[in-house]
Design a protein around this ligand. Structure first.
Ligand code: CP3
Length: 359
């Protein structure tokens, strides 16, 4: 509902002036929160999210505790492919596991079109419950074609993505058909989240850093770019995030995403120099630093802010998800630090107008 939602996060995504730097954390909902462990039932996250009241409550927990500037829907990137019946589940402590991995062209038949109202109505219902309660924007999300494909092809989390790359090189026609289908599934899923009231979307390409820029542009970028072009007319900020994807930043900027998520391996001033004034940047404190305690967290967080230097278009985040052992008190103080220091700095987002009044 425009007007009722604090727009600091959305403004920063659009590189508009902001009164403070907005912050949220990937994996802000989850195992590091005692209130999550208290609520969380046994079994797969894919079963938990079938209960909209419960999924909404889990989404709200970190917003209440941390005072972050955006909420991210509690769900998982494999929920849509599970919903069309591919045969994949999320095993606690392991991650997504497919009993029969994708190995041949015939497996494409296991990835029919996603029809959100029939296949996973609980996701849109959770979004609707949340937008009625939240005072900050809700971020919807989907897995990017490469990262979801890697789970389907490998059958489980993988370090080298060898089978995925083998399919890509040996049978490019099947590979392209696979990522095209996954892009269509992501579009359908994101559209239903936007329709239900999500204010921004993030596409997680967590494992695409395994590719070189040439293969990325040839085998992955077109399908990923199609997601953003299909959603462009919503006018909702669109974020693209990858881990270890420093070598792909320039290519990420060609996808049509409004915001690029950067992990801690590339300092934000370096990323900005490479990408120019557009797009907005999100990141990029090493989550391991937060797990190490408050002093290193404060020092590194200040370094992140210094490297941005009050320039427009920064959303503070970790360079990847919150690690399970992280003390929630550290994240609480981190949100305060980012808010206070950027307020003091009078960050306006307007280049050359330090200390100016926010619009
Ligand atoms: O707080 C949030 O960020 C919102 C919810 C969210 C989850 N997964 C919840 C979850 C989001 C945005 C995701 C996306 C996701 N899922 C990604 C992309 C982000 C990233 O971390 O790179 C990936 C790669 C997955 C696949 C996946 N799901 C993995 C690797 C795991 C971890 C397995 C484990 O238990 O160690 C999951 C499970 C999962 N998804 C959990 C949560 C809170 C953890 C445990 C659970 O409650 O089942």
């Amino acid at each position: 509902m425009p007007g009722t939602v604090t727009s600091v996060f959305l403004d920063a995504c659009r590189r508009r002036p902001v009164p403070w730097t907005p912050v949220w954390f990937m994996r802000q909902a989850g195992r590091s929160l005692p209130e999550y462990r208290a609520l969380r039932r046994e079994g797969s996250i894919l079963d938990v999210i079938r209960h909209p009241e419960l999924a909404a409550e889990i989404t709200l927990q970190p917003v209440r505790r941390y005072g972050v500037d955006a909420a991210i829907l509690y769900s998982d990137i494999v929920a849509p492919v599970a919903a069309v019946g591919f045969g994949i589940d999320v095993v606690p402590g392991v991650g997504p596991v497919a009993e029969q991995p994708f190995t041949r062209p015939a497996d494409l038949a296991r990835l029919r079109e996603l029809e959100p109202p029939e296949d996973l109505p609980w996701v849109a219902e959770t979004v609707r419950l949340l937008v009625g309660e939240l005072e900050v924007p809700l971020i919807g999300f989907a897995g990017a074609p490469f990262t979801v494909a890697s789970y389907l092809v490998e059958g489980r989390p993988s370090r080298d993505h060898l089978r995925t790359k083998a399919l890509m090189y040996e049978d490019p026609a099947t590979w392209h058909a696979l990522v095209d289908r996954l892009a269509a599934i992501a579009v359908a899923s994101l559209q239903s989240q936007l329709e239900a009231g999500a204010a921004a979307v993030q596409v997680f390409d967590s494992w695409v850093g395994a590719l070189d820029p040439d293969d990325y542009r040839r085998h992955v970028l077109p399908a990923t770019a199609r997601i953003f072009s299909a959603l462009q007319d919503w006018g909702a900020p669109m974020i693209l995030f990858g881990v270890g994807a420093g070598g792909l930043l320039d290519a990420f900027a060609e996808t049509g995403a409004d915001v690029i998520g950067v992990d801690w391996r590339v300092p934000l001033d370096v990323a900005r120099a490479r990408l120019g004034p557009a797009p907005a940047l999100q990141g990029n404190l090493d989550p391991a630093v937060c797990a190490a305690g408050w002093e290193p967290t404060a020092a590194k967080a200040r370094d992140v802010l210094d490297r941005v230097g009050g320039a427009p278009g920064h959303v503070f985040n970790l360079g990847h998800g919150v690690l399970p052992g992280t003390d929630p008190a550290v994240l609480e103080r981190l949100v305060e630090l980012v808010h206070e220091e950027t307020r003091e700095r009078g960050e306006t987002g307007g280049p050359g107008v330090p200390g100016g009044t926010p619009a």
